[in-house]
Design a protein around this ligand. Structure first.
Ligand code: GLN
Length: 313
Protein backbone atom coordinates (compact mmCIF):
# COMPACT_ATOMS: atom_id res chain seq x y z
CA UNK A 1 0.00 0.00 0.00
CA UNK A 2 2.96 2.28 0.61
CA UNK A 3 3.85 2.02 -3.07
CA UNK A 4 0.28 2.72 -4.13
CA UNK A 5 0.23 5.79 -1.92
CA UNK A 6 3.49 6.97 -3.50
CA UNK A 7 2.10 6.42 -7.01
CA UNK A 8 -1.02 8.33 -6.09
CA UNK A 9 0.98 11.30 -4.81
CA UNK A 10 3.11 11.32 -7.94
CA UNK A 11 -0.06 11.31 -10.04
CA UNK A 12 -1.60 14.17 -8.04
CA UNK A 13 1.55 16.29 -8.36
CA UNK A 14 1.70 15.63 -12.11
CA UNK A 15 -1.96 16.52 -12.50
CA UNK A 16 -1.57 19.80 -10.61
CA UNK A 17 1.51 20.68 -12.65
CA UNK A 18 -0.22 19.98 -15.97
CA UNK A 19 -3.32 21.82 -14.92
CA UNK A 20 -1.60 25.08 -13.99
CA UNK A 21 1.56 25.16 -16.12
CA UNK A 22 -0.19 27.25 -18.79
CA UNK A 23 -1.76 29.77 -16.43
CA UNK A 24 -0.53 33.06 -17.76
CA UNK A 25 -1.22 35.45 -14.91
CA UNK A 26 0.99 37.41 -12.55
CA UNK A 27 4.05 39.60 -12.85
CA UNK A 28 7.72 39.20 -11.98
CA UNK A 29 9.08 41.20 -9.03
CA UNK A 30 10.90 44.08 -10.71
CA UNK A 31 11.76 46.11 -7.62
CA UNK A 32 14.72 43.79 -7.10
CA UNK A 33 16.15 44.18 -10.63
CA UNK A 34 17.59 40.68 -11.02
CA UNK A 35 14.30 39.01 -10.09
CA UNK A 36 12.74 40.77 -13.08
CA UNK A 37 14.97 38.64 -15.32
CA UNK A 38 13.61 35.27 -14.10
CA UNK A 39 12.10 32.81 -16.61
CA UNK A 40 8.33 33.12 -16.04
CA UNK A 41 7.73 29.57 -17.31
CA UNK A 42 9.64 27.84 -14.52
CA UNK A 43 7.30 25.72 -12.41
CA UNK A 44 8.12 22.99 -9.91
CA UNK A 45 6.18 21.25 -7.16
CA UNK A 46 7.70 19.05 -4.44
CA UNK A 47 6.18 17.27 -1.49
CA UNK A 48 7.98 15.82 1.51
CA UNK A 49 6.46 13.55 4.13
CA UNK A 50 7.44 13.60 7.76
CA UNK A 51 8.62 10.03 7.02
CA UNK A 52 11.25 11.45 4.69
CA UNK A 53 9.97 10.46 1.23
CA UNK A 54 10.05 13.27 -1.34
CA UNK A 55 8.01 13.56 -4.55
CA UNK A 56 8.74 16.08 -7.28
CA UNK A 57 7.43 17.27 -10.62
CA UNK A 58 8.72 20.00 -12.95
CA UNK A 59 11.57 22.39 -12.19
CA UNK A 60 12.39 21.21 -8.67
CA UNK A 61 16.17 21.47 -8.89
CA UNK A 62 16.18 25.01 -10.29
CA UNK A 63 17.83 27.26 -7.70
CA UNK A 64 16.19 30.54 -6.70
CA UNK A 65 16.66 32.95 -3.80
CA UNK A 66 14.50 32.05 -0.80
CA UNK A 67 13.43 35.69 -0.17
CA UNK A 68 10.65 36.09 2.40
CA UNK A 69 10.30 32.37 3.00
CA UNK A 70 13.49 32.75 5.05
CA UNK A 71 11.44 34.78 7.56
CA UNK A 72 9.63 31.77 8.99
CA UNK A 73 12.80 29.76 9.53
CA UNK A 74 14.75 32.64 11.05
CA UNK A 75 11.76 33.32 13.31
CA UNK A 76 11.84 29.66 14.44
CA UNK A 77 15.57 29.95 15.24
CA UNK A 78 15.02 33.17 17.19
CA UNK A 79 12.09 31.75 19.18
CA UNK A 80 14.23 28.70 19.93
CA UNK A 81 16.92 31.05 21.26
CA UNK A 82 14.86 33.58 23.24
CA UNK A 83 11.52 31.88 23.92
CA UNK A 84 8.11 32.75 22.50
CA UNK A 85 7.14 35.53 24.95
CA UNK A 86 10.26 37.65 24.50
CA UNK A 87 9.82 37.52 20.74
CA UNK A 88 6.08 38.10 20.94
CA UNK A 89 6.60 41.25 23.03
CA UNK A 90 9.23 42.62 20.69
CA UNK A 91 7.69 41.77 17.33
CA UNK A 92 3.98 40.88 17.70
CA UNK A 93 1.88 38.21 15.99
CA UNK A 94 -1.02 40.05 14.33
CA UNK A 95 -1.60 40.65 10.64
CA UNK A 96 -0.92 44.19 9.42
CA UNK A 97 -3.51 44.07 6.62
CA UNK A 98 -0.91 45.96 4.59
CA UNK A 99 1.74 45.11 2.00
CA UNK A 100 4.85 43.29 3.23
CA UNK A 101 7.11 46.33 3.02
CA UNK A 102 4.72 48.78 4.69
CA UNK A 103 6.19 51.60 6.77
CA UNK A 104 2.72 52.74 7.77
CA UNK A 105 2.04 49.46 9.58
CA UNK A 106 4.95 50.24 11.93
CA UNK A 107 3.95 53.87 12.43
CA UNK A 108 0.32 53.05 13.17
CA UNK A 109 1.35 50.65 15.91
CA UNK A 110 3.87 52.76 17.80
CA UNK A 111 6.82 50.93 16.36
CA UNK A 112 5.52 47.42 16.92
CA UNK A 113 6.36 45.63 13.68
CA UNK A 114 3.18 43.53 14.19
CA UNK A 115 4.49 40.17 12.99
CA UNK A 116 7.73 38.46 11.90
CA UNK A 117 6.53 37.64 8.36
CA UNK A 118 6.52 41.21 7.02
CA UNK A 119 9.77 43.06 6.32
CA UNK A 120 9.79 45.25 9.43
CA UNK A 121 9.12 42.32 11.75
CA UNK A 122 11.60 40.13 9.90
CA UNK A 123 14.40 42.72 10.12
CA UNK A 124 13.75 43.06 13.87
CA UNK A 125 13.68 39.26 14.19
CA UNK A 126 16.99 38.88 12.36
CA UNK A 127 18.55 41.39 14.77
CA UNK A 128 17.70 38.91 17.56
CA UNK A 129 19.72 36.08 16.02
CA UNK A 130 22.48 34.79 18.30
CA UNK A 131 25.93 36.22 17.52
CA UNK A 132 27.85 39.27 18.74
CA UNK A 133 28.71 40.56 15.28
CA UNK A 134 26.71 40.81 12.05
CA UNK A 135 29.08 38.26 10.50
CA UNK A 136 28.36 35.79 13.29
CA UNK A 137 24.60 36.36 13.04
CA UNK A 138 24.79 35.71 9.31
CA UNK A 139 26.76 32.53 9.89
CA UNK A 140 24.10 31.34 12.35
CA UNK A 141 21.31 32.19 9.90
CA UNK A 142 23.01 30.30 7.08
CA UNK A 143 23.76 27.30 9.28
CA UNK A 144 20.27 27.26 10.79
CA UNK A 145 18.49 27.40 7.43
CA UNK A 146 20.90 24.76 6.10
CA UNK A 147 19.87 22.48 8.98
CA UNK A 148 16.22 22.93 7.98
CA UNK A 149 17.10 22.02 4.38
CA UNK A 150 19.45 19.18 5.31
CA UNK A 151 22.21 20.49 3.08
CA UNK A 152 24.61 23.42 3.08
CA UNK A 153 22.87 26.44 1.51
CA UNK A 154 24.86 29.23 -0.09
CA UNK A 155 24.41 32.87 -0.92
CA UNK A 156 23.39 33.95 -4.42
CA UNK A 157 25.87 36.82 -4.82
CA UNK A 158 24.09 38.36 -7.78
CA UNK A 159 20.78 38.52 -5.95
CA UNK A 160 22.44 39.86 -2.82
CA UNK A 161 24.14 42.65 -4.73
CA UNK A 162 21.05 43.46 -6.77
CA UNK A 163 18.89 43.74 -3.65
CA UNK A 164 21.56 45.60 -1.67
CA UNK A 165 21.44 48.37 -4.27
CA UNK A 166 17.65 48.50 -4.14
CA UNK A 167 16.78 48.15 -0.44
CA UNK A 168 16.48 51.78 0.70
CA UNK A 169 13.02 51.05 2.01
CA UNK A 170 14.23 48.19 4.20
CA UNK A 171 17.02 50.44 5.51
CA UNK A 172 14.37 53.02 6.36
CA UNK A 173 12.37 50.35 8.18
CA UNK A 174 15.49 49.34 10.11
CA UNK A 175 16.08 52.89 11.29
CA UNK A 176 12.44 53.43 12.13
CA UNK A 177 12.46 50.28 14.28
CA UNK A 178 15.66 51.42 15.95
CA UNK A 179 14.05 54.76 16.80
CA UNK A 180 11.30 52.83 18.62
CA UNK A 181 13.81 50.61 20.45
CA UNK A 182 12.64 47.51 18.64
CA UNK A 183 15.86 46.52 16.94
CA UNK A 184 19.05 45.19 18.49
CA UNK A 185 22.34 46.70 17.29
CA UNK A 186 23.01 48.69 14.14
CA UNK A 187 20.05 48.95 11.71
CA UNK A 188 22.28 48.74 8.62
CA UNK A 189 23.81 45.52 9.97
CA UNK A 190 20.39 44.01 10.63
CA UNK A 191 19.18 44.91 7.14
CA UNK A 192 22.37 43.53 5.59
CA UNK A 193 22.01 40.17 7.35
CA UNK A 194 18.31 40.19 6.39
CA UNK A 195 19.22 40.88 2.73
CA UNK A 196 21.71 38.02 2.80
CA UNK A 197 19.20 35.63 4.34
CA UNK A 198 16.75 36.51 1.54
CA UNK A 199 19.50 35.76 -1.02
CA UNK A 200 20.15 32.17 0.08
CA UNK A 201 19.69 29.81 -2.83
CA UNK A 202 17.22 26.96 -2.53
CA UNK A 203 15.02 24.88 -4.86
CA UNK A 204 11.48 23.52 -4.55
CA UNK A 205 12.85 20.21 -3.27
CA UNK A 206 14.66 22.03 -0.42
CA UNK A 207 11.49 23.97 0.37
CA UNK A 208 9.49 20.78 0.84
CA UNK A 209 12.08 19.39 3.25
CA UNK A 210 12.40 22.67 5.16
CA UNK A 211 8.64 22.76 5.58
CA UNK A 212 8.47 19.08 6.50
CA UNK A 213 10.96 19.75 9.31
CA UNK A 214 8.39 22.12 10.85
CA UNK A 215 5.61 19.56 10.16
CA UNK A 216 7.74 16.96 11.92
CA UNK A 217 8.03 18.85 15.22
CA UNK A 218 11.45 20.25 14.37
CA UNK A 219 13.26 17.08 13.26
CA UNK A 220 14.53 17.11 9.69
CA UNK A 221 12.88 14.01 8.15
CA UNK A 222 15.82 13.36 5.82
CA UNK A 223 18.82 13.90 8.10
CA UNK A 224 17.01 12.85 11.29
CA UNK A 225 18.58 15.82 13.11
CA UNK A 226 16.59 18.05 15.47
CA UNK A 227 16.70 21.71 14.38
CA UNK A 228 14.17 23.30 16.79
CA UNK A 229 11.73 22.10 19.46
CA UNK A 230 8.17 21.03 18.71
CA UNK A 231 6.74 24.03 20.62
CA UNK A 232 8.72 26.34 18.38
CA UNK A 233 7.23 24.67 15.29
CA UNK A 234 3.73 25.13 16.70
CA UNK A 235 4.29 28.85 17.34
CA UNK A 236 5.99 29.38 13.99
CA UNK A 237 3.18 27.71 12.06
CA UNK A 238 0.53 29.76 13.91
CA UNK A 239 2.34 32.94 12.93
CA UNK A 240 2.76 31.74 9.35
CA UNK A 241 -0.95 30.85 9.14
CA UNK A 242 -2.05 34.37 10.04
CA UNK A 243 0.66 36.32 8.18
CA UNK A 244 2.50 34.12 5.67
CA UNK A 245 0.77 35.48 2.56
CA UNK A 246 0.61 39.05 3.90
CA UNK A 247 -2.72 40.81 3.38
CA UNK A 248 -4.03 37.69 1.57
CA UNK A 249 -3.41 35.40 4.55
CA UNK A 250 -7.04 35.39 5.66
CA UNK A 251 -8.36 34.50 2.24
CA UNK A 252 -5.77 31.72 1.91
CA UNK A 253 -6.65 30.22 5.28
CA UNK A 254 -10.35 30.43 4.41
CA UNK A 255 -9.86 28.72 1.04
CA UNK A 256 -7.03 26.26 1.69
CA UNK A 257 -6.69 25.95 5.45
CA UNK A 258 -2.97 25.28 5.95
CA UNK A 259 -0.13 27.65 6.91
CA UNK A 260 1.87 28.85 3.91
CA UNK A 261 4.72 31.30 3.38
CA UNK A 262 5.63 33.01 0.13
CA UNK A 263 8.62 34.91 -1.25
CA UNK A 264 8.91 37.39 -4.13
CA UNK A 265 11.13 35.11 -6.22
CA UNK A 266 8.09 32.81 -6.63
CA UNK A 267 8.40 30.15 -3.95
CA UNK A 268 5.68 29.09 -1.51
CA UNK A 269 5.92 26.44 1.19
CA UNK A 270 2.77 25.06 2.79
CA UNK A 271 2.94 22.93 5.92
CA UNK A 272 0.51 20.24 7.06
CA UNK A 273 1.45 19.66 10.72
CA UNK A 274 2.23 16.03 11.48
CA UNK A 275 1.97 15.12 7.80
CA UNK A 276 4.43 16.93 5.58
CA UNK A 277 4.94 19.96 3.36
CA UNK A 278 4.53 21.11 -0.21
CA UNK A 279 7.11 23.41 -1.79
CA UNK A 280 6.14 25.06 -5.07
CA UNK A 281 7.98 27.53 -7.27
CA UNK A 282 6.98 29.67 -10.23
CA UNK A 283 8.10 33.31 -10.59
CA UNK A 284 4.97 35.26 -11.68
CA UNK A 285 3.28 36.90 -8.66
CA UNK A 286 -0.14 38.26 -7.71
CA UNK A 287 -0.54 41.82 -6.43
CA UNK A 288 0.40 40.84 -2.85
CA UNK A 289 3.66 39.22 -4.04
CA UNK A 290 2.58 35.56 -3.90
CA UNK A 291 3.31 33.13 -6.77
CA UNK A 292 0.16 32.59 -8.80
CA UNK A 293 0.91 29.03 -9.97
CA UNK A 294 2.30 27.94 -6.61
CA UNK A 295 -0.91 29.05 -4.87
CA UNK A 296 -3.06 27.22 -7.40
CA UNK A 297 -1.01 24.01 -7.24
CA UNK A 298 -0.83 23.92 -3.45
CA UNK A 299 -4.55 24.67 -3.21
CA UNK A 300 -5.40 21.82 -5.54
CA UNK A 301 -3.11 19.36 -3.73
CA UNK A 302 -4.38 20.40 -0.32
CA UNK A 303 -7.95 19.70 -1.43
CA UNK A 304 -7.06 16.39 -3.09
CA UNK A 305 -5.14 15.18 -0.04
CA UNK A 306 -7.56 16.53 2.55
CA UNK A 307 -5.01 18.76 4.29
CA UNK A 308 -7.35 21.58 5.44
CA UNK A 309 -6.82 21.91 9.20
CA UNK A 310 -10.34 23.16 9.80
CA UNK A 311 -12.15 20.31 8.08
CA UNK A 312 -13.57 17.73 10.48
CA UNK A 313 -14.05 15.16 7.72
N1 GLN B 1 14.02 40.49 0.19
C1 GLN B 1 12.68 40.92 -0.13
C2 GLN B 1 12.41 42.29 0.44
O1 GLN B 1 12.88 42.60 1.48
C3 GLN B 1 11.72 39.91 0.41
C4 GLN B 1 10.28 40.27 0.16
C5 GLN B 1 9.40 39.09 -0.11
O2 GLN B 1 9.85 38.01 -0.49
N2 GLN B 1 8.12 39.31 -0.01
O3 GLN B 1 11.73 43.10 -0.13
Amino acid sequence: TGELEHDRIDALLKEAHERYADVDEGLLAHYIPILGQADPNLFGIAMSHVGGSVHTVGDCSHLFSIQSISKMFVYALVVQEHGREVVRDRIGVNNTGMPFNSVMAVELNNGLPMNPMVNAGAIATTSLMPGKTAAKKWENVREGLSAFAGRSLSLDDEVYHSESLANERNKALGHLLKSYGRLDGDPYDAVDVYTKQCSLNINAHDLAIMGATLADGGVNPVTGKRVVDADVCRDTLATVASNGLYERSGEWLFEIGIPAKSGVSGGIVAVAPGKGAIGAFSPPLDMAGNSVRAQLAIGQLSRAMGLNLFASA
